[in-house]
Design a binder for this molecule. Sequence first.
Ligand code: AMP
Ligand code: ZN
Length: 490
Amino acid sequence: MANKKNELSIYNSLSGEKEIFKPLKEGFVGLYVCGPTVYSYVHLGNCRTFISFDMVYRYLKHLGYTIRYVRNITDAGHLENDAEEGEDKIAKKARLEQLEPMEIVQQYTINFHETLSKFNNLPPSIEPTATGHIIEQIEMVQKIKDNGFAYESNGSVYFDVEKYNKKNYYGELSKRKIEDLISGTRSLDGQNEKKSPLDFALWKNAKPEHIMKWPSPWSVGFPGWHLECSAMSTKYLGEEFDIHGGGMDLKFPHHECEIAQGTASTGKKPVRYWMHANMLTLNGKKMSKSTGNTLLPNELISGDNDVLEKGYNPIVVRFFMMQAHYRSTLDFSSEALNAAEKGFSRLMDGINILKNLKTSDQSSQDVKDIIDSFYDAMNDDFNTPILIANLFDAVKYIQNVNNGTSTISKQDKELLEKEVNAFTFDILGLTEIQNEQNSSLDKVMELVLKMRQKARDEKDWDTADEIRDVLNDARIEVKDSKEGVTWMTK
Ligand code: AMP
Ligand code: ZN
């Protein structure tokens, strides 16, 4: 295979163009993705963004890069309504549930990990928390202040946007003009600590009722929400790093503020390539916790919801998501998921046929062309829908060989199998696990039921009872009827 590494282009939200990807250090990639705020169950919209970046991570890995993938856990500093004032999202949940904030964090972090592993996401290399990096955040505030881009007011420290904007462009990522931003903001009601309504908090003096707080040179308080990502990406990836990702809704103000903080503290633009994943919608509207327009992964998998007609395997859902480009919006509906279910089985059937495909002296199609088409799709800003269309072309060819209307050589069959498997399983992150699990359970159950029958025939009631009890514990129900023995998981 040619050196496909040099041909990857990435749509950079900063330039608004696709750019050839060149890492800062040959062979290595630093990737940072904004993680969840762990105060509630992740919804499928959140999952889509993390699945999109999992695919990016997987493709970069496939190209042979050594990647440090950092994805944070926001466990402090993120205030209600993403605002500058108000209660911390985690502290609020802790108050409502009468738990410690760290119990909330623990509960939803575990749920986050369990959910992403159902979708077969790989874990990041480092998963740092905001509370674990208070010192780094304080140091960064100090640097920004020393460089003259922040000021203290009543024990809080604010970023001076207008001052920063004199030599830099605040709005460069979200393509906003500072004049429009100023005229668009409400008056300074209740925020008169700030010089300008555009200024954002780097450090907040905690009100007495605020429970998550730490000592600092300015007050006992807590970091501003945008700061943690700047502090942790700098710590683990350096002052300048390759790729920063997150959902489109984080472009402004969160990522705009990250650029400003990084530039104000080090004099360097922190990120080379900004990538933004588009939103998952439900009934045409953004899936969002705050509006209640959400579907939780468990509701989708079990079918226990009012939106869809049945439950779906998470891997089918992943396939469904991969059928859309990460920069396009995607709407959830039963029709679309049913179609994805069919498409997914067609792809898996093709892969299974390929395993034992009969070979000939010659191939009737150019297998290298087919494989190039996989790389071309992914090198074009991770175009997974085109990749899947190309995989279906490969499936058509496989079926034609299988029914005798086409041929494939042994060498080409091996090559095609290697690459189809790599793109389907390693890069798109799909699995056959569910089916394999079922078929191995089928086999084990066949044996267990045979042993049960033998025990019964021999009137060995102890063994028969023991088998029944163990199956019961494993939530497997066995039914005896005239037609024979059937079993199902409860
Ligand atoms: P949060 O926990 O709210 O900070 O969100 C975690 C990630 O999910 C962020 O990258 C968001 O941009 C992303 N996100 C939130 N809602 C959606 C949605 N409806 N579709 C896709 N991504 C989303
Ligand atoms: Zn972030």
